[in-house]
Ligand binder design. Structure first.
Ligand code: FAD
Length: 372
């Protein structure tokens, strides 16, 4: 059996950032990540200013990794479209590069990485916890940080609604479409679904969308059926995707909840970070910023010897308002009446989209921005 002070389960942004912070303080950390090598992940790949600030605090410069600037947002429904400047300069970078750099950062800080092994269960043991991995190894840790994203774990399960599927495909767009979307994120809203399109590094476009499970089951797993479906539902999307070359055989997929979700502790003394702590509806929220901010908060609480329920109360204070607001906006966006109302209001009041974007971000302490 391996013994350590802190076991972190999940090497996505939340787990890697927690591991980096604790290892940099000289704490003994084992970080378990089930995948064997860098990989793509379902995500819009949009880095808000809050995400960028926190990445820089971890010593990562997204631009040096190839991130491209995004300065405006174009929103489309079947009947209207509105374009607006973003209230900050966003960046766009593949999760392949971002997650790999964060995991590497954790190792460089001194965390021990156990890769290509999944934690199967967590059980109380003495003053700490035993984590059983699927390669048969058991790791004992005094503290557990759960950072498995949307995936649950035996012993610490958290049942959630999973009525939507997030899908993602990297594409090489036609030169015309590429020129049109350069420097902007495009959001296409339909009943029960939304679609985001933006350029990432190396001139590649990331198409990311959320569809009801039933629609995905009906379409099947391949790209051609999805492409035909998307081209048929919105003329603006048909134009963008004309002549686009998919870079994978089929899109990546992950089941996700329709609304926001903020974890309520049920007596288990573990620290939950990232999507395990809180899920904010994609395209209206700031999931990566929440992942990194909850990691920083967990590091502080573990450093100060504060228990998980104190951490959870602080994390809830940080995330509750943006999650509530993003859930309302995403609910409105999924009904045709709500969508039309929002787009009509945005056409009359050009600052409205920027205000909504600002309000669904995390409020980080001002010192974070000053340090940047
Ligand atoms: C469709 C969609 C679009 C989005 N777009 C954006 C966006 O543009 N910008 C943004 O800021 N946010 C976006 N988000 C949200 C963002 O992707 C998440 O909030 C973020 O990935 C959460 O990070 P995490 O580390 O908590 O989880 P994850 O990134 O999911 O990482 C979890 C890690 O844990 C590992 N793992 C899981 N189970 C185990 C186990 N049992 N043992 C060991 N390892 C395990 C996984 O392999 C994974 O690497 C989007 C989400 C969706 C669904």
């Amino acid at each position: 059996m391996t013994r350590t002070e802190i076991v972190i389960i999940g090497g996505g942004p939340a787990g890697s950032a927690t591991a980096s912070g604790l290892a940099a303080l000289g704490r003994d950390v084992v970080l378990i990540e089930r995948t064997a090598k860098p990989h793509n992940k379902v995500c819009g790949e949009f880095l808000s200013v809050e995400t960028q600030v926190q990445l820089r605090r971890l010593g990562l410069d997204p631009s040096a990794l190839g991130a491209v600037p995004i300065e405006q947002v174009a929103v489309y429904s079947s009947s209207r479209s509105v374009t607006s400047a973003l209230p900050f300069r966003a960046l766009s970078l593949s999760r392949y590069r971002l997650d790999h750099a964060l995991l590497q950062g954790a190792q460089d800080s001194g965390a021990r990485l156990k890769r290509n092994a999944a934690a199967k269960s967590v059980t109380p043991a003495g003053c700490g916890w035993n984590v059983l991995c699927d390669d048969g190894e058991t790791i004992y840790g005094r503290h557990i940080v759960l950072a498995t994203g949307k995936l649950g774990l035996r012993g610490v399960d958290d049942s959630r609604d999973g009525s939507l599927v997030g899908l993602k495909m990297h594409l090489r767009l036609s030169p015309v479409a590429r020129r049109v979307i350069e420097g902007q994120v495009e959001l296409f809203f339909l009943d029960d679904s939304y679609i985001g399109l933006e350029l990432i590094e190396d001139g590649i476009a990331n198409l990311c969308l959320v569809l009801p499970c039933a629609t995905v089951a009906w379409l099947g797993p391949g790209w051609p059926a999805l492409h035909v479906y998307l081209a048929s539902v919105l003329p603006s999307l048909r134009e963008r995707l004309a002549g686009a070359e998919p870079l994978w055989d089929k899109p990546l997929a992950v089941v996700c909840p329709a609304g926001g979700h903020l974890h309520r502790e049920r007596g288990l003394a573990i620290y939950r970070v990232g999507d395990q702590l809180a899920h904010i509806p994609p395209f209206t929220g700031d999931g990566l910023a929440i992942a990194l901010a909850s990691a920083a908060l967990a590091v502080d609480h573990i450093r100060l010897g504060r228990p998980p329920d104190v951490y959870l109360a602080a994390a809830r204070r940080l995330t509750a308002v943006p999650i509530r607001l993003a859930s309302i906006i995403s609910g409105l966006a999924r009904s045709s009446g709500g969508r039309n109302l929002m787009l009509a209001a945005a056409a009359c009041a050009p600052g409205l989209i920027g205000t909504i974007i600002r309000r669904t971000r995390l409020t980080l302490p001002q010192r974070d921005f000053e340090a940047d």
